[in-house]
Design a protein around this ligand. Sequence first.
Ligand code: SF4
Length: 299
Amino acid sequence: METRVAKSAGFCWGVKRAVNIAVDAVRKNGKVYCLGELIHNKREIERLKKLGIVFIEDIDVLKKGNTVIIRSHGVSPKVIEFLKRKGLQIVDATCPFVKDVHEKVMKLEKEGYPVLILGNPKHPEVIGIAGHVKSPMIMNTIEEIERLPKLSKLGVVCQTTLNMDFFREAVFRLALKVKELKVYNTICSATSIRQSEAKKLALQVDVMLIVGGRNSSNTTKLYQISKSVNSKSYHIESKEEIDSLWFENAQIIGITAGASTPQWVIEEVVNYVRLLDKGGDISGRGVCQTIRKEFQTSK
Ligand code: SF4
């Protein structure tokens, strides 16, 4: 059985940068707070908690003088103002690609374009982008776009992790409705590379494993893309979720991971799949469970 791992699998540049900024800040300050999870990966979050990073959802728990990290998703200017007024030290780990989207929506508004953000309205990155303009529209489905009336002007940006196929389709539909359409493709290169690699790999292999948090938007998109071309695609958070029956009659296993999946989690999955293969029999649940137990006790 051959294992193929996507070149781009794992942390993107922006997530690596945010984790490094947070680790530096906790080393300097002893204890730091982070608004929301720094990255959408439970196991990495556990590791960071042990270093002294406290993840909070409620801004009110912060006291004057505390150090607070803004994660790679970014926040709205209102949140920054509030933190400054409270006398907090701000460590900004917003990804520069996200900051670029902030600038683009402000520019569109200044130029008189009503702003449309393509993306998940509940995702913190989209909420942060929306907070930079007065009354943006946010759309996540083609049906919503279809319901838009004819418009004379519209400016469009998107969530940095948006599915490229959805973006293409959305822009195509918008072009039929809007007279003057200004579009910025703000899908970041880390996302587009991961998505096209995932699709290519899924087409070459018998089984695809997509590793990453279930709450990770970019991992979920990689899974959806993979599933659309290879029905034997599985989204897993860790090696413990692997079922050996998935590999029945499989010759090639593909593995990719979201931008928020640490390298050590990917390595665990790769090693585990290789260990199953070494067991010489990947067709029976019983045999594999024995191998699994051995592997777990050897850790
Ligand atoms: S996915 Fe792109 S925008 Fe998001 S943190 Fe990574 S590099 Fe930055």
